[in-house]
Structure formats: C-alpha cells, structure tokens
Design a protein around this ligand. Sequence first.
Ligand code: DP6
Length: 346
Amino acid sequence: AIYSATVTSPVNIAVIKYWGKRNPSLILPTNSSLSVTLSQDHLSTRTTIACSADFESDRLWLNGVEEDISASKRLVNSIGTARALRASEEAKNPELAPLSQYKIHVCSENNFPTAAGLASSASGYAALVSALGQLFELPQSTAELSRVARVGSGSACRSMFGGFVAWRMGEKEDGEDSMAEQVAERAHWPDLQALILVVSDKKKAVSSTAGMQTTVETSALFAERVRSVVPARMQAMEKAIKERDFAEFAKITMQDSNQFHAVCLDTYPPIAYMNDTSHAVTRIIHAYNAVKGYTAAAYTFDAGPNAVIYAPKSEMRDLVQLFSYLFPRDEDVLPEVFYTNPFGLV
Ligand code: DP6
C-alpha cells in the first residue's frame, strides 16, 4: 500500500523580527517574534508526501528537481522528529501500520518563483511538517507540531497558523516551550492587507541563518534590542492587534524593521539587506502618511531588499497607483512585480 497526504502552507511576514539563535542546532531564538500569515493564493508551498514499505530511500523533489535529503541537517531533523512521534503512537497501538519505518517521497512546489527572494523556507517547512502530521495521523496540536517545523527553519513555526501569530521564545534548554501560538485570527482584522514590492529577485548575499549568527557574535546593539526592546514591543504589538489600532501596529512594525536592519549594519562585518530602492520605499511611505495626515501604511523588510507594505484595504488602490507611477514596471527601475493582499483584494 501507498499512504499519502497533501498540504498547502502559507508564507508569513514578521512585524516583530526573529533574528538570533541561543541554540543554533535546536533553532531556539534569542527573542520572541510576531508575524502575519499571508493568503495562500499568492505565496504558498504545496507538499505531497507518500510512504510505502516498497520505497527504498527517502527522496525529495523541490519544484520538480530532486534534492538530497541527507545533505540537509534541518530536513533530516524535522523528518526524524515527526517519525519519532509516529513511532511512539505505533508503540502504544500495535494495530497501526508501521509507517515510521517506511521511507518517504516528498514532492514540494512553491506557487511563486523561488528566485524572487521571498520567504520560502517558512512555507516549505510548515507544509512538510503539516503533511507529515497528516500522513502519520499525529495527535499533537498545531502548536506542538510548530516545534517540529521550528527545527526546520525558525520562521516556519509561525506559518503553522493563519492570522496573527506569535513565536514564544521559551526558556527551556530542550526547546519544549519554544513554539508558535495564534494571537488573533485573520477574520479578527480583515481590513488589514499586504502588498509585496519585489525590488530585486536576486538571491540574497548573506543567508538569514549565517547572518543572524554573526550578529549574535558581534553586535552590541543586538544585545540591547533583545534585552530591552523586543519584550515591550511584543506586548504593545499584541495590544495593537487586539484593538485593531493600525497607527500603533504600523509604528511598531516600521520601528522593528528599522531596528532589525540597524542591527544588521552593526554586525561585523556589516550586513546590508536594504538597497537604495528599499530606502526610497521607506521615504515614500513616511511622505504618504504625512500627506494623508494619519498613518495610512507601514513597511517592513526581511533579509533582502523587497518591501512588504501593510495598510488598510481603503489605502491599497492609492498605494498600488503610487508605486506603479514611481516605479514603472517597464523600466529598469524596480519593483517590477506586485503581489497583493493577504486578505483578498485588488
Ligand atoms: C528576517 O527563519 O529564515 O525573516 O531559523 O535559520 O531558518 P532560520 O532563519 P529564518 O529567519 C528569518 C528571519 C527574518 C525575520 C522573521 O521572519 O522573523
């Protein structure tokens, strides 16, 4: 027999950034973080996993190209952890088929160009772990399974939930309490939308994994961020989300993105993820808010130059027009690709 499961998982974009590990092999962070999960329509990973007594080895195809699972410690760890959970169920119930002993075949596809430099590890590992959870009929809660996604890629634990999601850093050395939790459902704030400006589709020069490790080792500003800034921001952000206070949400989002990139520059050797277009986008958003006379939009940038704009639905048409006008798609000046809306629109 062949057993199989298929799952689609979304991308998430942090508004309080995860940057820094206290334990790199278990992927335990130095600070909690908070993100918004985007709609699966635009950016998601669809993963099918099959297992059978007849399969001879674990195999993985990413966007149609076979990759070597054993070459990735993170893949080996997350698959191994899911298998161990299945094995303990099999030990309790001898009637279960011995799926934990079968080899698996994994087929994973992004519905967006991987080259576009948009988060793919988050949706990728969330889909892998969700599919394993279904295939193995694991009784663990989504929060518990988020720990398994975490050992694949930190930010992936947040993609296990929709809506507004916190990754609680936890305190334990084994990482048992370092997992994701939904702060509010997507339906709590349907008016909030996201616009992605693809400033560059080049692969980033410094990976998140390598970059954050150098930051932990060299940046004094980072130590201060972890100690005195993030805990208060997590609380303020959760309050802003609960109250659907866009002005406060926007301010914290922009400040946290700016501090994350300041910490990257304070890393030695320095890491510069934002380029001139990225900086132009920040000035445009502040000017836009000033002209409107209220906070109408917020930007955030991850480990690359692409911007994610959060704004209420009523602002999106103006923003898309403004960016299309300022950065015409048919010129050399980017952004050339727009991915809109986590929550449906345009
Ligand atoms: C800037 O989750 O990609 O996007 O845990 O090493 O896989 P690893 O790192 P990753 O880092 C994401 C960093 C970020 C901020 C965030 O998503 O919170």
